[in-house]
Design a binder for this molecule. Structure first.
Ligand code: TRP
Length: 346
Protein backbone atom coordinates (compact mmCIF):
# COMPACT_ATOMS: atom_id res chain seq x y z
CA UNK A 1 0.00 0.00 0.00
CA UNK A 2 1.10 3.50 -0.69
CA UNK A 3 1.77 5.33 2.50
CA UNK A 4 1.52 9.06 1.75
CA UNK A 5 3.58 10.02 4.80
CA UNK A 6 6.42 7.73 3.76
CA UNK A 7 9.24 9.77 2.25
CA UNK A 8 10.57 8.29 -0.92
CA UNK A 9 14.22 7.28 -0.85
CA UNK A 10 16.25 9.38 -3.27
CA UNK A 11 18.83 7.57 -5.31
CA UNK A 12 22.00 9.63 -5.64
CA UNK A 13 24.60 8.38 -8.11
CA UNK A 14 28.03 9.62 -9.04
CA UNK A 15 31.25 8.27 -10.53
CA UNK A 16 34.89 9.25 -10.71
CA UNK A 17 36.94 8.51 -13.82
CA UNK A 18 39.97 6.42 -12.88
CA UNK A 19 42.63 8.19 -14.88
CA UNK A 20 44.68 9.96 -12.24
CA UNK A 21 45.72 9.95 -8.61
CA UNK A 22 43.13 11.26 -6.14
CA UNK A 23 43.75 14.92 -5.33
CA UNK A 24 42.53 17.54 -2.91
CA UNK A 25 39.90 18.79 -5.41
CA UNK A 26 38.34 15.30 -5.61
CA UNK A 27 38.30 15.19 -1.83
CA UNK A 28 36.64 18.57 -1.24
CA UNK A 29 34.41 18.54 -4.33
CA UNK A 30 33.25 14.93 -4.57
CA UNK A 31 34.46 12.36 -2.05
CA UNK A 32 33.78 14.08 1.29
CA UNK A 33 30.39 15.62 0.27
CA UNK A 34 29.27 12.26 -1.19
CA UNK A 35 30.26 10.44 1.99
CA UNK A 36 28.34 12.88 4.18
CA UNK A 37 25.31 12.71 1.84
CA UNK A 38 25.41 8.90 2.03
CA UNK A 39 24.90 9.10 5.79
CA UNK A 40 21.64 11.06 5.47
CA UNK A 41 18.28 9.40 5.94
CA UNK A 42 16.24 9.00 2.79
CA UNK A 43 19.29 8.75 0.53
CA UNK A 44 20.50 5.65 -1.24
CA UNK A 45 23.95 6.26 -2.70
CA UNK A 46 25.42 4.61 -5.76
CA UNK A 47 29.10 5.47 -5.99
CA UNK A 48 31.33 3.96 -8.61
CA UNK A 49 34.69 3.93 -10.32
CA UNK A 50 34.21 4.92 -13.95
CA UNK A 51 37.11 2.73 -15.08
CA UNK A 52 36.00 2.29 -18.69
CA UNK A 53 35.76 6.08 -18.95
CA UNK A 54 39.49 6.12 -18.27
CA UNK A 55 40.20 4.67 -21.73
CA UNK A 56 38.73 7.80 -23.28
CA UNK A 57 41.53 9.82 -21.70
CA UNK A 58 44.48 7.45 -21.91
CA UNK A 59 45.51 4.06 -23.27
CA UNK A 60 48.00 3.26 -20.54
CA UNK A 61 46.88 0.02 -18.83
CA UNK A 62 48.86 0.59 -15.64
CA UNK A 63 47.57 4.13 -15.27
CA UNK A 64 43.96 2.92 -15.50
CA UNK A 65 44.61 0.00 -13.17
CA UNK A 66 46.62 1.86 -10.53
CA UNK A 67 44.21 4.77 -10.57
CA UNK A 68 41.24 2.41 -10.03
CA UNK A 69 42.88 1.04 -6.92
CA UNK A 70 43.92 4.45 -5.63
CA UNK A 71 40.49 5.95 -6.09
CA UNK A 72 38.74 2.94 -4.54
CA UNK A 73 41.09 3.05 -1.56
CA UNK A 74 40.58 6.80 -1.32
CA UNK A 75 36.81 6.44 -0.86
CA UNK A 76 37.30 3.77 1.79
CA UNK A 77 40.12 5.61 3.58
CA UNK A 78 37.99 8.74 3.79
CA UNK A 79 35.24 6.94 5.66
CA UNK A 80 32.84 5.51 3.08
CA UNK A 81 30.88 2.70 4.69
CA UNK A 82 30.34 0.17 1.89
CA UNK A 83 27.48 -1.51 3.72
CA UNK A 84 25.39 1.69 3.65
CA UNK A 85 25.97 2.43 -0.02
CA UNK A 86 26.37 0.59 -3.32
CA UNK A 87 30.04 0.99 -4.13
CA UNK A 88 31.21 -0.68 -7.33
CA UNK A 89 33.39 -0.64 -10.40
CA UNK A 90 31.68 0.19 -13.70
CA UNK A 91 33.52 -2.63 -15.52
CA UNK A 92 31.99 -5.22 -13.18
CA UNK A 93 28.50 -4.40 -14.44
CA UNK A 94 28.17 -5.72 -18.01
CA UNK A 95 24.55 -4.52 -18.08
CA UNK A 96 25.81 -0.94 -18.40
CA UNK A 97 27.59 -1.76 -21.65
CA UNK A 98 24.60 -3.52 -23.15
CA UNK A 99 22.48 -0.52 -22.27
CA UNK A 100 25.17 1.71 -23.78
CA UNK A 101 24.50 0.13 -27.19
CA UNK A 102 20.74 0.41 -26.88
CA UNK A 103 21.02 4.07 -25.91
CA UNK A 104 23.45 4.81 -28.72
CA UNK A 105 20.70 3.70 -31.12
CA UNK A 106 18.41 6.35 -29.64
CA UNK A 107 20.88 9.18 -29.19
CA UNK A 108 20.82 11.61 -32.10
CA UNK A 109 24.21 12.04 -33.74
CA UNK A 110 23.51 15.76 -33.87
CA UNK A 111 23.15 15.79 -30.09
CA UNK A 112 26.58 14.24 -29.67
CA UNK A 113 28.09 16.62 -32.23
CA UNK A 114 27.32 19.36 -29.73
CA UNK A 115 29.07 17.71 -26.74
CA UNK A 116 31.64 20.09 -25.21
CA UNK A 117 34.44 17.51 -24.97
CA UNK A 118 34.08 16.58 -28.64
CA UNK A 119 33.72 20.18 -29.78
CA UNK A 120 36.80 21.22 -27.83
CA UNK A 121 38.83 18.48 -29.55
CA UNK A 122 37.60 19.67 -32.97
CA UNK A 123 38.48 23.27 -32.10
CA UNK A 124 42.00 22.18 -31.10
CA UNK A 125 42.41 20.52 -34.51
CA UNK A 126 41.15 23.62 -36.29
CA UNK A 127 43.48 25.87 -34.32
CA UNK A 128 46.37 23.54 -35.15
CA UNK A 129 45.50 23.97 -38.84
CA UNK A 130 44.69 20.29 -39.34
CA UNK A 131 42.90 19.35 -42.59
CA UNK A 132 40.83 16.74 -40.75
CA UNK A 133 38.77 18.31 -37.94
CA UNK A 134 38.35 14.83 -36.39
CA UNK A 135 42.05 14.06 -36.34
CA UNK A 136 42.96 11.85 -33.37
CA UNK A 137 39.40 11.84 -32.03
CA UNK A 138 38.19 8.38 -31.03
CA UNK A 139 34.67 7.00 -31.01
CA UNK A 140 35.21 6.62 -27.26
CA UNK A 141 35.43 10.37 -26.84
CA UNK A 142 32.52 10.89 -29.18
CA UNK A 143 30.29 8.35 -27.38
CA UNK A 144 31.36 9.43 -23.92
CA UNK A 145 28.00 11.09 -23.09
CA UNK A 146 26.12 7.90 -24.07
CA UNK A 147 28.18 5.72 -21.75
CA UNK A 148 27.59 8.23 -19.00
CA UNK A 149 23.85 8.12 -19.71
CA UNK A 150 23.99 4.32 -19.40
CA UNK A 151 25.78 4.63 -16.02
CA UNK A 152 23.01 6.86 -14.74
CA UNK A 153 19.90 5.33 -16.30
CA UNK A 154 20.91 1.74 -15.47
CA UNK A 155 20.29 2.54 -11.80
CA UNK A 156 17.33 4.89 -12.12
CA UNK A 157 19.25 7.66 -10.36
CA UNK A 158 17.17 10.63 -9.23
CA UNK A 159 20.06 12.95 -8.48
CA UNK A 160 23.54 13.12 -10.02
CA UNK A 161 26.07 15.35 -8.22
CA UNK A 162 28.68 16.52 -10.74
CA UNK A 163 30.97 19.43 -11.52
CA UNK A 164 29.78 22.27 -13.73
CA UNK A 165 31.74 20.77 -16.64
CA UNK A 166 29.50 17.69 -16.60
CA UNK A 167 26.16 19.51 -16.64
CA UNK A 168 25.69 19.09 -20.37
CA UNK A 169 26.10 15.32 -20.02
CA UNK A 170 23.21 15.16 -17.58
CA UNK A 171 21.09 17.20 -19.99
CA UNK A 172 21.94 14.72 -22.73
CA UNK A 173 21.11 11.82 -20.41
CA UNK A 174 17.69 13.37 -19.79
CA UNK A 175 17.16 13.86 -23.50
CA UNK A 176 18.07 10.26 -24.35
CA UNK A 177 15.96 8.87 -21.47
CA UNK A 178 12.90 10.87 -22.57
CA UNK A 179 13.29 9.62 -26.12
CA UNK A 180 13.43 6.04 -24.88
CA UNK A 181 10.45 6.48 -22.56
CA UNK A 182 8.43 8.09 -25.32
CA UNK A 183 9.19 5.36 -27.80
CA UNK A 184 9.24 2.20 -25.66
CA UNK A 185 7.43 3.07 -22.41
CA UNK A 186 8.39 4.71 -19.15
CA UNK A 187 11.26 2.55 -17.95
CA UNK A 188 13.74 5.26 -17.08
CA UNK A 189 13.83 7.80 -14.29
CA UNK A 190 14.70 11.27 -15.55
CA UNK A 191 17.68 12.38 -13.42
CA UNK A 192 18.34 15.84 -12.01
CA UNK A 193 21.86 17.26 -11.94
CA UNK A 194 23.20 18.60 -8.68
CA UNK A 195 25.93 21.01 -9.64
CA UNK A 196 28.80 21.88 -7.27
CA UNK A 197 28.47 25.26 -5.70
CA UNK A 198 31.21 27.48 -7.12
CA UNK A 199 32.53 27.65 -3.56
CA UNK A 200 32.91 23.85 -3.63
CA UNK A 201 35.33 24.09 -6.54
CA UNK A 202 38.88 24.12 -5.31
CA UNK A 203 41.57 26.04 -7.20
CA UNK A 204 44.73 24.18 -8.18
CA UNK A 205 48.30 25.43 -7.73
CA UNK A 206 47.91 27.68 -10.79
CA UNK A 207 44.59 29.20 -9.68
CA UNK A 208 42.39 27.38 -12.26
CA UNK A 209 39.97 24.67 -11.08
CA UNK A 210 41.99 21.81 -9.59
CA UNK A 211 41.86 19.03 -12.15
CA UNK A 212 44.06 16.20 -13.37
CA UNK A 213 43.48 17.58 -16.89
CA UNK A 214 45.22 20.84 -15.93
CA UNK A 215 48.08 19.17 -14.12
CA UNK A 216 47.69 21.54 -11.18
CA UNK A 217 46.65 19.16 -8.43
CA UNK A 218 47.70 18.72 -4.83
CA UNK A 219 47.98 15.00 -3.97
CA UNK A 220 46.22 13.65 -0.88
CA UNK A 221 48.13 10.53 0.00
CA UNK A 222 51.65 11.55 -0.87
CA UNK A 223 54.13 11.86 2.00
CA UNK A 224 54.25 15.17 3.88
CA UNK A 225 57.32 16.34 1.94
CA UNK A 226 55.52 16.13 -1.40
CA UNK A 227 52.42 17.75 0.01
CA UNK A 228 54.54 20.63 1.27
CA UNK A 229 56.22 21.00 -2.11
CA UNK A 230 52.86 21.21 -3.89
CA UNK A 231 51.56 23.78 -1.40
CA UNK A 232 54.68 25.93 -1.85
CA UNK A 233 54.03 25.96 -5.61
CA UNK A 234 50.60 27.63 -5.26
CA UNK A 235 50.59 30.83 -7.29
CA UNK A 236 50.19 34.04 -5.30
CA UNK A 237 50.57 37.70 -6.24
CA UNK A 238 53.64 39.81 -5.64
CA UNK A 239 52.46 41.63 -2.49
CA UNK A 240 55.17 41.99 0.13
CA UNK A 241 55.02 40.88 3.78
CA UNK A 242 53.18 43.62 5.69
CA UNK A 243 50.91 44.51 2.75
CA UNK A 244 47.24 43.71 3.51
CA UNK A 245 46.06 40.86 1.26
CA UNK A 246 42.69 40.00 -0.22
CA UNK A 247 41.59 36.50 0.87
CA UNK A 248 38.69 36.35 -1.61
CA UNK A 249 40.94 36.07 -4.66
CA UNK A 250 43.63 33.91 -3.08
CA UNK A 251 44.01 30.19 -3.83
CA UNK A 252 45.89 29.56 -0.57
CA UNK A 253 42.98 31.01 1.36
CA UNK A 254 40.33 29.15 -0.64
CA UNK A 255 41.98 25.80 -0.04
CA UNK A 256 42.52 26.61 3.65
CA UNK A 257 38.85 27.51 3.98
CA UNK A 258 37.70 24.19 2.50
CA UNK A 259 39.37 22.24 5.31
CA UNK A 260 39.49 24.55 8.34
CA UNK A 261 37.02 25.25 11.15
CA UNK A 262 35.19 28.58 11.22
CA UNK A 263 37.44 30.03 13.90
CA UNK A 264 40.58 28.95 12.05
CA UNK A 265 39.22 30.69 8.94
CA UNK A 266 38.47 33.87 10.92
CA UNK A 267 42.00 33.87 12.32
CA UNK A 268 43.52 33.31 8.87
CA UNK A 269 41.43 36.14 7.42
CA UNK A 270 42.72 38.47 10.14
CA UNK A 271 46.28 37.51 9.27
CA UNK A 272 45.61 38.44 5.62
CA UNK A 273 44.43 41.87 6.73
CA UNK A 274 47.54 42.21 8.86
CA UNK A 275 49.76 41.44 5.86
CA UNK A 276 50.88 37.87 6.45
CA UNK A 277 53.88 36.89 4.25
CA UNK A 278 53.04 34.40 1.49
CA UNK A 279 55.63 31.95 2.79
CA UNK A 280 53.99 31.99 6.22
CA UNK A 281 50.47 31.64 4.77
CA UNK A 282 51.60 28.60 2.80
CA UNK A 283 53.27 27.07 5.88
CA UNK A 284 49.99 27.47 7.74
CA UNK A 285 48.07 25.85 4.90
CA UNK A 286 50.53 22.98 4.79
CA UNK A 287 50.25 22.43 8.57
CA UNK A 288 46.46 22.39 8.35
CA UNK A 289 46.36 19.98 5.40
CA UNK A 290 48.93 17.71 6.96
CA UNK A 291 46.82 17.50 10.12
CA UNK A 292 43.54 16.93 8.28
CA UNK A 293 45.00 14.40 5.86
CA UNK A 294 47.09 12.32 8.29
CA UNK A 295 44.24 10.02 9.44
CA UNK A 296 43.12 9.47 5.81
CA UNK A 297 46.71 8.83 4.79
CA UNK A 298 47.19 6.26 7.56
CA UNK A 299 44.02 4.44 6.60
CA UNK A 300 45.03 4.55 2.95
CA UNK A 301 48.44 3.04 3.77
CA UNK A 302 46.71 0.13 5.50
CA UNK A 303 44.53 -0.47 2.44
CA UNK A 304 47.52 -0.51 0.10
CA UNK A 305 48.74 -3.48 2.15
CA UNK A 306 45.40 -5.24 1.80
CA UNK A 307 44.39 -5.00 -1.82
CA UNK A 308 42.28 -8.13 -1.46
CA UNK A 309 40.02 -6.30 0.96
CA UNK A 310 39.44 -3.52 -1.56
CA UNK A 311 38.77 -6.10 -4.29
CA UNK A 312 36.28 -8.02 -2.13
CA UNK A 313 34.50 -4.83 -1.17
CA UNK A 314 34.06 -3.93 -4.84
CA UNK A 315 32.88 -7.46 -5.68
CA UNK A 316 30.25 -7.23 -2.98
CA UNK A 317 29.23 -3.85 -4.31
CA UNK A 318 28.96 -5.25 -7.83
CA UNK A 319 26.60 -7.93 -6.48
CA UNK A 320 24.36 -5.26 -4.97
CA UNK A 321 24.48 -3.15 -8.12
CA UNK A 322 23.63 -6.08 -10.40
CA UNK A 323 20.63 -6.92 -8.27
CA UNK A 324 19.30 -3.57 -9.51
CA UNK A 325 20.62 -3.52 -13.07
CA UNK A 326 19.78 -7.09 -14.15
CA UNK A 327 15.99 -6.96 -13.73
CA UNK A 328 15.83 -3.50 -15.31
CA UNK A 329 17.91 -4.64 -18.27
CA UNK A 330 15.52 -7.59 -18.75
CA UNK A 331 12.61 -5.14 -18.96
CA UNK A 332 14.56 -2.94 -21.36
CA UNK A 333 15.43 -5.87 -23.64
CA UNK A 334 11.79 -6.88 -23.78
CA UNK A 335 10.70 -3.33 -24.43
CA UNK A 336 12.98 -3.03 -27.45
CA UNK A 337 11.97 -6.47 -28.80
CA UNK A 338 14.97 -8.56 -27.79
CA UNK A 339 13.38 -11.56 -26.10
CA UNK A 340 12.91 -15.33 -26.32
CA UNK A 341 10.46 -16.73 -28.85
CA UNK A 342 7.29 -17.84 -27.24
CA UNK A 343 6.68 -21.61 -27.04
CA UNK A 344 3.08 -21.38 -28.24
CA UNK A 345 2.44 -23.05 -31.59
CA UNK A 346 0.23 -21.25 -34.02
N1 TRP B 1 32.47 11.80 -16.63
C1 TRP B 1 32.53 12.04 -15.21
C2 TRP B 1 33.74 12.91 -14.90
O1 TRP B 1 34.71 12.87 -15.61
C3 TRP B 1 32.63 10.75 -14.45
C4 TRP B 1 31.40 9.92 -14.66
C5 TRP B 1 31.28 8.84 -15.49
C6 TRP B 1 30.14 10.15 -14.05
N2 TRP B 1 30.00 8.38 -15.43
C7 TRP B 1 29.28 9.15 -14.58
C8 TRP B 1 29.66 11.10 -13.13
C9 TRP B 1 27.95 9.09 -14.21
C10 TRP B 1 28.33 11.02 -12.77
C11 TRP B 1 27.48 10.02 -13.30
O2 TRP B 1 33.70 13.64 -13.93
Amino acid sequence: MNNPTETKVKRVLTGITTSGIPHLGNLAGAVLPAISASRKAGVSSFLFLADYHSLIKNLDPSLTHDSSFEIAACWLACGLNPTNVTFYRQSDIPDIFELNWILSCLAAKGLLNRAHAYKAAVTDNELAGSKDPDKGITMGLYNYPVLMAADILMFKANVVPVGQDQKQHIEMTRDIAMRFNHHYGELFTIPEPQIDEVTGVLPGVDGQKMSKSYNNTIPIFAEAKKLRKAVMKIKTNSLEPGDPKDPSTCSVFKIFKAFATESEVADFRQRYENGIAWGKAKEMLFALLDEVLTPYRDEYQKLTLDRGFVENTLQEGAGKARAVSEPLLQDIRKAVGIKAFSQTKI
